[in-house]
Design a protein around this ligand. Structure first.
Ligand SMILES: [Zn+2]
Length: 483
């Protein structure tokens, strides 16, 4: 019996912090990376008698997320208390939505054309952060307590680790483009739990195992692959090797999952309606305002880039997977020459640079490079005034914050190509001296032979002769010398 005999049934739960200025039920700032416990008040630290007040901005972003996945928004939904004790939860309960989430349905389309359905999205507050890696002590930071979250729960529609990866990537892109969240997994603003079971096609679903501690999409994929192999191994061995219903942690260092807790100690959260908050009423006017403000999402961008701009699927994917990149591309497109040259420069110089924290940080406050400069460089490369490598060099400097303008960089870095006809002709004439052999070959149709002369011209011009002009000029001079 092989793994291929079993089908995997995978479901995901995705937590996403909303990019609001303040927390969900108080005025404390929603920040990351600040000194511990500096954004805390009686409400989010759970002091007796403190009352929550709902942040409208969080509701707006939650609505936007629902619209992005085409979910159905309830006009009236409820908040509930989820009761449990943990040191990062000072109130002893989390305010969430249990029976009546604000959004139901919706989905995310995969490249295969299949849609992964969403069961629900609910709005809730984040817990604080317990820090365990400081010797014997556990430290608690409440800056995160009360930060607004949405939790999106899929139907068990996913079948492979790769599909789970693709779904998460697509969902993250949608939420980022919609302006719901930065979805930065390193900051914890996007978090994911996975459940997976195996069964033989046509037979009932098997026992479900939950995977936690998945801090990157790669971990999601790796842990699912490992878990599917582990479960199918147990099923193959048969009696005495049952799959237990449990929660497992992914240990990335050892590349394996291990038991965190079994079903026997599953929690009973004793949900009940939150008495300190009225029902969540989302007016149709708010929904329509958010719908009108919803930016173009990645799938629509991708289609427009390939169908209207004629870009390849690869370029369209690259440009539409990061809002910073897409916005830069579209702003530069207004004055650039061809979308393809622009896409090339962005792919080669801007996208890799954005992986550098300093470049990314500057891009948070605008474009990583002025769109007009990017457009200008693209046009200069296309016209042959600068070499493609020269264009890349200018961008490399601009993206990393070079303060010189494009003209000065071109001059000081000696990137402007010589296009002056008289100078080019002089170099070409010199190169042709004594090379009647090459001229004959070219006349005989071996146009590649011209390369031997190109090298001489580039050497004489210190690499600054515009190559396309030189090639054309040499061809013309050889043709004319025959006559
Ligand atoms: Zn607070």
């Amino acid at each position: 019996m092989t793994n291929a005999d079993y089908a995997a049934v995978i479901g995901l739960e995705v937590h996403c912090q909303l990019g609001t200025r303040t927390k969900l039920f108080c005025g404390c700032r929603n920040t990351f990376g600040e000194p511990p416990n500096t954004h805390v008040c009686p409400v989010c630290s759970g002091q007796p008698g403190a009352l929550p007040v709902l942040n409208e901005a969080a509701v707006r972003l939650a609505v936007r997320a629902a619209l992005a996945v085409e979910g159905t928004i309830r006009a009236t939904s409820d908040f509930d208390r989820k009761n449990y004790f943990y040191c990062d939860l000072p109130k002893g309960y989390q305010i969430t939505q249990f029976d009546a989430p604000y959004c139901q349905g919706g989905g995310v389309r995969l490249a295969s054309g299949r849609t992964v359905r969403l069961r629900r999205i609910h709005l809730e507050e984040d817990a604080g952060k317990a820090i365990h890696d400081r010797g014997d002590a556990t430290l608690v930071d409440l800056n995160r307590a009360g930060v607004p979250l949405i939790e999106a729960v899929t139907e068990a529609d996913l079948q492979t680790a790769d599909e789970a990866h693709e779904f998460l990537t697509a969902l993250k892109e949608m939420l980022r483009f919609a302006g719901v969240s930065d979805c930065d997994m390193e900051k914890g603003s996007l978090r994911c739990d996975v459940n997976v079971s195996l069964h033989r096609p046509g037979e009932p679903w098997g026992t479900k195992v939950e995977l936690k501690n998945l801090n990157s999409f790669r971990f999601v994929r790796d842990s699912l692959e490992h878990e599917i192999a582990r479960q199918s191994g147990l099923l193959e061995r048969g009696a005495g090797h049952e799959i237990r219903q449990e929660t497992r942690l992914w240990d990335a260092d050892r590349a394996e999952t291990r038991v965190m807790r079994s079903k026997e100690d599953a929690d009973d959260y004793r949900y009940f309606p939150e008495p300190d908050l009225p029902a969540l009423v989302i007016p149709a006017t708010l929904i329509e305002a958010e719908r009108a403000a919803l930016p173009e999402l990645p799938a629509a961008k991708r289609a427009r880039y390939t169908e209207t701009l004629g870009l390849s699927a690869y370029d369209a994917d690259l440009l539409s997977s990061d809002p910073v990149v897409a916005h830069l591309f579209e702003a530069a497109l207004e004055t650039a020459a061809s979308p393809k040259s622009l896409a090339n420069l962005i792919a080669n110089e801007v996208v890799p640079a954005l992986a550098e924290p300093a470049v990314r940080a500057r891009a948070e406050h605008g474009h990583p490079v002025a769109p007009a400069d990017l457009a200008r460089v693209t046009r200069e490369v296309e016209s042959g005034a600068i070499h493609a490598n020269g264009g890349r060099r200018v961008l490399e400097l601009l993206v990393r914050g070079d303060e010189r303008d494009v003209d000065r960089i071109l001059q000081e870095e000696h990137l402007l190509l010589v296009t002056d006809e008289a100078a080019l002709e002089r170099w070409c004439r010199q190169a042709l001296v004594g090379r009647e052999d090459v001229a004959r070959e070219v006349r005989a149709g071996k146009t590649k032979a011209i390369g031997a002369l190109m090298g001489a011209v580039m050497k004489a011009s210190h690499g600054q002769a515009a190559p396309e002009r030189v090639r054309a000029l040499l061809q013309r001079m050889i043709d004319e010398s025959e006559a």
